[in-house]
Design a protein around this ligand. Structure first.
Ligand code: GLV
Ligand code: MN
Ligand code: MN
Length: 412
């Protein structure tokens, strides 16, 4: 089998998909089930059908594009990632795994390869937490990590439920039907940009992920007392934003002092009410994201955050309510897929680095029902979730080639 990745086709599709955006280029914003996301989905579906794949979508909009080869059998060898993008993102996060996955399948078909196991591309719904507050919505439902009942109750900022939004945008059927059986996949491999600096720093073209770090997130509501910025004297204040400021710094410190570089914590949202220059903030909402490769250490940071909330609340006379959004375990990648990826790298004389994924991915949840692994390519300066996110064409093509080779090995 001689595989050729069609570089021009792949790169031009990455550029074309980036045009479906609610932000001005080079930024990409593509929030799940927005008009822009729906247009991008239709465009993706057309590309998959044009490639001869059979497309179907489940009740939450996860999109499966299967290479229907008459002699191929189940279980399926899967690949894929997501096309939704957080506000002000770049054009490679998720997209490289989706369009690279599609190109890998096309390259295999064009090479004359005949898979023994069906090969399928999966485009996950809402890997990003932007709209419904929780990441990996599609893969949580596919793996049964999130129940249909709990998913139905998720709401967006305007109070619309996931159920209303998905039905209104054309995704009918019952959420109960989204879950896949543990027998569905033989293997699942996700290609992704690293979203960190290690490959670039070490000048290694590929990373093979051995473990995906454990993510958790919290919503914090702080309520104090508002009032006139001139009239209320300092000793009488119960300023919710000052309490939030203390808490944010304590969260940073809890991660910094965990004893390991792998602990990270971020407060990415801070909503201040009423948000007037001459009014004392009476209410603040924070969103906190905490991750670690080690579950115990991650949970220790979460306990520290909880006790800090109590002490700030008592000292500043504000109420602090802490709601757990998710606290997921880390995932180990499957040795057999790691080996298939390593062999593919060796076959093409490509150096690779075994590494941990500090970002989360849909593979973290698919790992509950299938053997998974991930292949990383470098991204410039490790930048991601920002408009200047960049992956070099050679790296994208290399990753796609190794992915194609690996899908072939796993499907024979
Ligand atoms: C995924 O986008 C993550 O936040 O890790
Ligand atoms: Mn992302
Ligand atoms: Mn991603």
């Amino acid at each position: 089998m001689s595989l050729t990745i069609n570089r021009e086709r792949l790169l031009s599709e990455i550029d074309a998909l980036a045009l479906f955006s609610d932000a001005e280029a080079p930024a990409v914003t593509r929030i799940v089930f927005s008009t822009t996301d729906l247009k991008a989905r239709s465009w993706m579906k057309a590309r998959c059908e044009e490639a001869g794949l059979t497309v179907h979508q489940d009740a939450v909009g996860n999109t499966f594009a299967r290479w229907d080869s008459s002699d191929a059998v189940e279980p399926v060898v899967g690949t894929g990632s997501h096309i939704d993008a957080i506000p002000n993102a770049g054009k490679f996060d998720g997209v490289v795994g989706v369009l690279g996955g599609l190109e890998a399948i096309r390259a295999l078909r064009e090479s004359g390869f005949r898979p023994k196991h069906s090969i399928e591309l999966l485009i996950f719904t809402s890997e990003e937490p932007t709209r419904f507050g929780i990441g990996c919505l599609g893969s949580r439902l596919l793996s049964g990590t999130l129940s249909a009942n709990a998913a139905r109750k998720l709401t967006d900022e305007s109070g619309c439920t996931l159920d209303e939004v998905r039905r209104k945008t054309g995704f009918g059927g019952e959420l109960e039907q989204v879950k896949l059986s543990g027998a569905y996949y033989k293997a699942f491999v996700e290609l992704h940009i690293e979203q960190g600096p290690l490959l670039e720093r070490q000048r290694i073209p590929l990373g093979i992920v051995t473990k995906i770090a454990a993510p958790a997130s919290l919503r914090v509501l702080i309520e104090g007392s508002g009032g006139h910025a001139g009239g209320v004297l300092m000793p009488d204040r119960r300023d919710a934003l000052c309490a939030a400021a203390e808490l944010i710094l304590a969260i940073e410190s809890a991660a910094r002092t965990s004893g390991a570089i792998d602990t990270v914590a971020t407060v990415g949202i801070c909503d201040v009410f009423p948000g007037a220059v001459n009014s004392i903030p009476s209410r603040v909402r924070l969103s906190v994201d905490i991750r670690d490769t080690d579950l115990q250490r991650r949970d220790k940071v979460m306990r520290t955050i909880a006790t800090t909330c109590e002490s700030i609340s008592a000292r500043r006379q504000v109420s602090i309510h802490n709601e757990l959004v998710n606290a997921d375990a880390p995932a180990d990648c499957a040795p057999a897929i790691i080996e298939a990826l390593s062999q593919s790298c060796r076959k093409h004389q490509l150096n690779f680095l075994p590494m941990v994924s500090r970002a989360y991915h849909d593979s973290l949840f698919i790992a509950h029902i299938a053997p998974v692994a991930m292949l990383f390519i470098p991204c410039r300066n490790g930048y991601s979730h920002r408009p200047d996110e960049f992956a070099a064409p050679d790296d994208i093509v290399r990753g796609t080639l190794v992915l194609a080779e690996t899908l072939a090995a796993l499907s024979t």
